[in-house]
Design a protein around this ligand. Structure first.
Ligand code: ADP
Length: 174
């Protein structure tokens, strides 16, 4: 059987209910989704890669056909290695569009010109409208300032955020 495998890449710092909404939608289309935490030097994350992968695994324990791991290097090479030919991304608003458009075309170009001439398409999914304003950055800011994040992240992630912000050192990482 030809399994339809997709990669859902991102920073997931931390995973939010918006990410989970996209994941649930993607599972209706694909046989297996690999949530892939990008090990990038560009952003200063609050949670380590291992913490983020663990949080995703915990939050998706009851979802069949979901895996979580980290990756480094080119996303298209990673997708090829995983036998995936689709990338999942979420689109919240027009503001996401320009960056996503550039990235999708770059990934398509890189895949086509790789030695295996892989074929990678990016599939964009829109979350429920209640998540269109939600981002990991905003959730971190809400919790850092003492706000209630229960509608935005699973409970155990809210607790992990509170714990992180208890150490004053973490406050500089927003
Ligand atoms: P990035 O990879 O840009 O660091 P994130 O890790 O925050 O972004 O998110 C990974 C993917 O999930 C991106 O495609 C992002 O647009 C999408 N996403 C993030 N938050 C939401 C949300 N609330 N609703 C829908 N999609 C989202």
């Amino acid at each position: 059987m030809n399994e339809k495998i997709a990669i859902y890449p991102g920073s997931f710092d931390p995973l939010t209910n918006g990410h989970l909404d996209i994941l649930a939608r993607a599972l209706k289309i694909f046989d297996k989704i690999i949530v892939a935490v990008a090990a990038t030097e560009l952003k200063k994350p609050l949670f380590s890669i291992a913490e983020r992968v663990k949080m995703i695994k915990t939050a998706t324990l009851n979802l069949k056909n979901v895996e979580a791991e980290s990756f480094s290097g080119l996303l298209v090479d990673y997708a090829l290695q995983k036998k995936a030919n689709a990338l999942i991304r979420g689109l919240r608003a027009v503001s996401d569009f320009e960056y996503e458009f550039q990235m999708a075309l770059m990934n398509r170009h890189l895949a086509k010109h790789s030695k295996n001439q892989n074929h990678v398409e990016t599939v964009y999914l829109m979350p429920d409208e209640k998540y269109t304003y939600l981002s990991s950055t905003l959730v971190k800011e809400v919790v850092r300032l003492g706000g209630d994040a229960k509608n935005f992240v699973p409970k155990f992630i809210e607790l992990a955020l509170i714990k992180k912000f208890k150490s004053s050192h973490a406050k500089i990482h927003l």
